[in-house]
Design a protein around this ligand. Structure first.
Ligand SMILES: Cc1cc2nc3c(=O)[nH]c(=O)nc-3n(C[C@H](O)[C@H](O)[C@H](O)COP(=O)(O)OP(=O)(O)OC[C@H]3O[C@@H](n4cnc5c(N)ncnc54)[C@H](O)[C@@H]3O)c2cc1C
Length: 320
């Protein structure tokens, strides 16, 4: 494996955890690592990445890059590719990654593997692994030609914890016009349902089948345990519960003492949000559901039988 170029992301002035996960993935391949940091006034973040395994860190620093725009990022990535000549370009599978990866690939005329969870060297080539059909299958992809580009699922690797010293170099000629104009970032108003501080969470997924079942089936267990209710994304997307109930990569990241996952398959985007819980109980009728990979206790069976029985048992144990 020759060289990997990591495209870093900064959020609220900080290096994103997802970028350090790209460092882990790149370093596992064993080749040289270079990184690109894009923004304005970002020298400190570039220095930090160079000390956290980012290798040779190129800095695309220009006032026109203060906020994300696809033209500016594409220009900067192309300059970095010209300078470093990587075999592989790694971008996080985030809203920025989804937007810029296709544009860069089209301009470089290179192949893309998106939403990748793992990259494996195989016979002098690379195999990109991505989950399909709610994690029931792993697809193994090869991408022809170089450079090749992959977007990696946040949470799929550990954040790099090494402290290898790299270097920082300025990338010139990265400023310029953009055909989109940054207007504002709107943050959703903080709701009263802050799962990040909850000690016990009982989350329901699509397995509950309809919104009424959250009240009729899940709520008695939530109340018996003195827990807060959480949910998977499809539940929220369907409007069964408000967005602030969502646990996962595009919802809340939680680490309660106890997390009970009910009728949730355990897609990587959900696991990212709850896998650091102290103790995990999963209830699912499918013994092969990936949620069982992170569960301390797994119950294979019909939630409509198990959850009411559990609620009754908890109430009885508490003397209620
Ligand atoms: C960019 C992106 C971001 C995402 N962000 C998030 C996120 O933040 N959070 C999130 O949760 N998802 C997220 N997703 C969606 C994620 O990929 C999955 O689609 C989602 O987590 C699946 O939700 P689920 O487990 O409730 O539903 P399903 O995958 O449909 O699983 C339902 C489960 O219920 C079980 N079941 C059904 N009936 C019963 C029964 N009677 N008793 C017991 N078990 C039963 C089934 O066996 C199945 O395992 C994201 C996806 C993308 C592409």
């Amino acid at each position: 494996m020759a060289k990997t170029l990591i495209v870093a992301e900064i959020q609220k002035g900080q290096l994103r955890e997802a970028t350090l996960e790209l460092v882990t993935a790149a370093r596992k391949l064993g080749g040289e690592v270079a990184s690109l940091v894009i923004g304005s006034g970002i020298g400190g973040v570039a220095e930090e990445l160079s000390k956290k395994g980012g290798g040779r860190v190129l800095v695309a620093d220009d006032p026109s890059l203060a906020n994300y725009n696809v033209d500016g990022w594409t220009r900067a990535i192309r300059k970095a590719v010209d300078a470093e000549k990587p075999e592989l370009i790694l971008i996080s599978n985030t809203p920025i990654g989804w937007d810029v990866a296709g544009r860069v690939a089209a301009q470089l005329d290179c192949g893309v593997a998106s939403d990748v969870i793992r990259i494996e060297p195989e016979g002098g080539d690379l195999v990109f692994v991505r989950r399909m059909f709610n994690a029931k299958f792993d697809a193994r992809l090869r991408v022809a030609g170089t450079p090749r580009l992959a977007t990696m699922q946040p949470g799929a690797s550990e954040a790099y914890a090494g402290s290898d010293a790299g270097s920082v170099a300025k990338l010139d000629g990265v400023g310029g016009d953009a055909r989109t104009k940054f207007v504002e970032i709107r943050t959703a108003p903080a709701g009263g349902h802050d799962l990040t501080k909850a000690e016990i969470i009982v989350s329901g997924g699509r397995g509950l089948q309809k919104p009424e079942n959250f009240e009729a089936v899940l709520k008695p267990l939530v109340d018996a345990l003195g827990a807060q209710m959480g949910a998977s994304r499809p539940v929220v997307d369907a409007g069964w519960l408000p967005h602030e109930y969502q646990v996962g990569s595009s919802g809340q990241i939680v680490s309660p003492k106890l997390y009970v996952a009910v009728g949730i398959s355990g897609a990587i985007q959900h696991l990212v949000g709850m896998k650091n819980s102290n103790f995990i109980i999963a209830i699912n009728k499918d013994a092969d559901a990936p949620i069982f990979e992170v569960a301390d206790v797994g119950i294979v069976g019909d939630l409509f039988e198990i959850v009411p029985a559990l609620a009754t048992a908890v109430k009885a144990a508490k003397g209620g």
